[in-house]
Design a protein around this ligand. Structure first.
Ligand SMILES: Cc1cc2nc3c(=O)[nH]c(=O)nc-3n(C[C@H](O)[C@H](O)[C@H](O)COP(=O)(O)OP(=O)(O)OC[C@H]3O[C@@H](n4cnc5c(N)ncnc54)[C@H](O)[C@@H]3O)c2cc1C
Length: 345
């Protein structure tokens, strides 16, 4: 276990903003987790797990926390009752896990290719894209419960997955994800229901093999998101509001042209991107070094000089205008902290 002091968060997050974290604890094996918890208690600081920081926006004046980076990253496989289970430690790069599955001919997570970050965080957020979520294939998760100070295993049902959420997100101060077990299939079918993918394979009349679906997703994503080597970003900044079939009626009446999507996990998703584009004309909005990404209005990108403050001021302005137009309060998908969090509550 390694402990560093006053580590700049700008070096730990993909927005590349944020002041120092009081401590950064890097853990190399799961047996060290009780020690890491004890250290944060001695320091009287919250323990905050961090992966690749691709879904975090820490304050410019830093975070008085003990950050925990869980480094183990092995990927392995086991067969049970004719099914293939892939087990990845939480520090494994998510896209490396997708590549592993594809190289082994295993279907189930190819639509989630190229999402930045670690496997542990992927579960916290129930990452989703192109008509799939990690919750679809998740079998179980091993965690360290910092309250009870013991390792526990959660079944998929116990993870309480929802749209970009799980029990690990709603209890962010409690669980450290250690490893993840996915149930994948060698007899899968391509999931091309998402419009961009349907169009892709209509335009290119080739058989949608596992490799091709993964490559198509990667190609489509490259055309939508800012390149991380040039801009800071955390992908989509806001959560799409979720409605019930009844509550969506009023907003559909106001904007009859607006598309809506039924979510596999329940509820109706109203596409913010459409409202940002068609109603708020948000493209091109800017604050300091932060601006709305031209090709995808839900994405906030930052130039090299961008600060967390720039991103927050831009985001708050959009939340306010969105509310004035629709009566709906939207909230960030990206994790914000302390007083910044209150701004969106
Ligand atoms: C360009 C871009 C595109 C993106 N596209 C998508 C997309 O299509 N779909 C999508 O869902 N997301 C997307 N994201 C968001 C992001 O990639 C995911 O949320 C990802 O899972 C975050 O992984 P991370 O390791 O960077 O997590 P971090 O940002 O480091 O952490 C995210 C949260 O998880 C917690 N956490 C991290 N590790 C652990 C652990 N081991 N145990 C417990 N808690 C932990 C953290 O405390 C934090 O609350 C995108 C981001 C970028 C930059």
């Amino acid at each position: 276990m390694k402990i560093e002091e006053n580590v700049p968060l700008s070096s730990l997050t993909t927005f590349r903003t944020g002041g120092p974290a009081r401590f950064l604890i890097s853990v190399e094996k799961k047996e060290e987790l009780p020690q890491a918890v004890a250290f944060s208690r001695e320091q009287n600081l919250p323990l905050v797990p961090i992966g690749h920081g691709s879904n975090m926006l820490p304050p410019d004046d830093g975070l008085p926390v003990a950050l925990l980076k869980y480094l183990p990253n092995s990927i392995s496989e086991t067969e049970k009752d004719g099914k293939t289970f892939v087990i990845a430690e939480a520090g494994a790069v998510w896209d490396a896990l997708v590549s592993y599955a594809v190289s082994r001919g295993l279907w189930g997570i190819e639509n989630l290719a190229s999402i930045p970050g670690t496997t542990g965080a992927a579960v916290v957020q129930n990452i989703g894209a192109y008509g799939a979520v990690i919750g679809d294939t998740l079998h179980s998760v091993e965690v360290f419960d910092t309250h009870e100070e013991k390792f526990r295993t959660f079944s998929r049902e116990e993870c309480e997955f929802g749209y970009r959420t799980s029990i690990f997100k709603t209890n962010a101060d409690r669980y450290v994800i250690v490893s993840v077990m996915l149930a994948l299939s060698s007899k899968g079918m391509p999931n091309l229901q998402y419009r961009d993918l349907t169009v892709y394979f209509e335009k290119k009349p080739i058989e949608p093999t596992l490799v091709r679906v993964r490559d198509a997703v990667a190609e489509i994503r490259t055309s939508k998101f800012p390149p991380l080597d040039t801009y800071g970003t955390a992908g989509s900044f806001f959560l799409n509001p979720i409605f019930t079939a009844t509550s969506v009626k009023a907003i559909r009446e106001k904007y009859p042209m607006m598309p809506v999507y039924e979510l596999p996990e329940g509820g109706v998703k109203v596409p913010l991107a459409w409202i940002f584009d068609q109603i708020l004309h948000a493209k091109g909005r800017r604050e300091g070094g932060a601006f709305i990404w031209e090709k995808q209005p839900l994405v906030i990108a930052g130039e090299k000089n961008a600060t967390t403050r720039d991103v927050l001021v831009l985001a708050e302005g959009i939340v306010k205008d969105f509310f004035a137009e629709t009566g709906i309060k939207i909230s960030p998908e990206v994790r914000v902290f302390g007083k910044d969090k209150e701004k969106f509550s």
